[in-house]
Design a protein around this ligand. Structure first.
Ligand code: PPS
Length: 301
């Protein structure tokens, strides 16, 4: 999420009771999104060849920051071994984009957590492609809970029960999960958008890579697919200093509390939800999706 690399003055705290700003109704972490970066995103000139990976936070963003350059460059691992993820495939809404944009080669890979309605005007007029990565919201909330514990620029999550209420009310970064999914699943982008799940990627990464490379018009050999799968495995990424956020000072992200690449599994929610929490979570999500013409790839129960 966050790519700050300068430490604050000794003795100063970056914690604030106002960790969030409201941007067109969406809570965003203040530190990661100064006004200039949001203005820049709004006016950003999208090119037809751009590829956007869109995620609700904790759904597989940095995984795709590893996958995308490898797929686009025929398996060449140089970018993922030499460029930090936040500069390699920058967030549309964060400050680094303006810094690195001139160095980016076409086709440019970008990530964003923006809901659909916040995408820049030029995106809609372009032919840019989108890969929307979804993750079971029960695992999203667990991942987000630990992220809130370790990310010092966010409000502390409190108990899991307290955090669940905040999550369900959308009082977390980028608002409600249901709104994000509804917006992005209801677009009229046609064949410009591809949907994939985190679970699909965990279950069979080479198969997911074949789908992604097909969507991006890359015909990669089986040997290259296997090489990319190895480079993008949880174990490899955890060791890759360009991808594991170890360069970010602990005053911003405290990996001693919880590492960014935490578990990388499906179903960790089972170790966190009580039966009451499961019932509450499921009923709220179900109610908010009621009447929507969308099929979720996993059961909410
Ligand atoms: S963020 O803050 O929104 O950018 O976070 P995001 O990258 O979307 O999500 C972080 C979770 O993705 C997991 N992850 C992976 N899982 C499996 N394999 C690979 N290679 C991989 N890379 C990242 C990461 O561990 C976080 O999930 P949890 O459940 O917390 O482990």
């Amino acid at each position: 999420m966050q790519q700050a690399t300068d430490s604050p003055e000794p003795g100063t705290s970056i914690m604030s009771s106002e960790a969030y700003i409201q941007y067109r109704g969406i809570p965003l972490p203040r530190m990661a999104h100064p006004k200039e970066s949001l203005d820049y995103a709004e006016k950003f000139r999208v090119e037809d060849s751009d590829v956007f990976v869109v995620t609700y936070p904790k759904s597989g963003t940095i995984w795709m920051q590893e996958i995308l350059p490898l797929v686009l460059n025929g398996g060449d691992a140089t970018p993922v071994k030499t460029i930090p993820n936040w500069d390699r495939v920058p967030w549309l809404e964060e400050t680094r984009l303006a810094v690195v944009v001139d160095e980016m080669k076409s086709p440019r890979g970008l990530v964003t957590h923006f809901p659909y309605f916040l995408m820049p005007r030029s995106f809609h007029a372009s032919k840019a492609k989108v890969i929307y990565v979804m993750r079971n919201p029960k695992d999203v909330i667990v991942s987000s809970y630990y992220f809130h514990k370790m990310a010092e620029f966010l409000d502390k999550p409190g108990t899991f029960d307290e955090f669940m209420e905040k999550f369900l009310e959308g009082k977390v970064l980028f608002g409600k999960w249901t709104e994000h999914v509804k917006g992005w699943m209801g677009t009229d982008l046609g064949d410009r958008i591809m949907y994939i799940t985190y679970e699909e990627m965990v279950q069979d990464l080479p198969a997911a890579l074949r789908r992604i490379s097909g969507f991006l018009g890359r015909n990669l050999s089986e040997e290259v697919i296997q090489k990319i799968a190895e480079q993008c495995s949880f174990t490899s990424m955890k060791k890759n200093t360009m991808s594991n956020f170890s360069m970010v000072p602990k005053v911003y992200m405290n990996s001693d509390t919880s590492p960014f690449l935490r578990k990388g599994v499906v179903g960790d929610w089972k170790k966190h939800f009580s039966p009451e929490q499961l019932a509450r979570f499921t009923s709220v999500i179900r109610k908010e999706l009621e009447g929507e013409n969308l099929t979720l790839p996993w059961s909410l129960d």
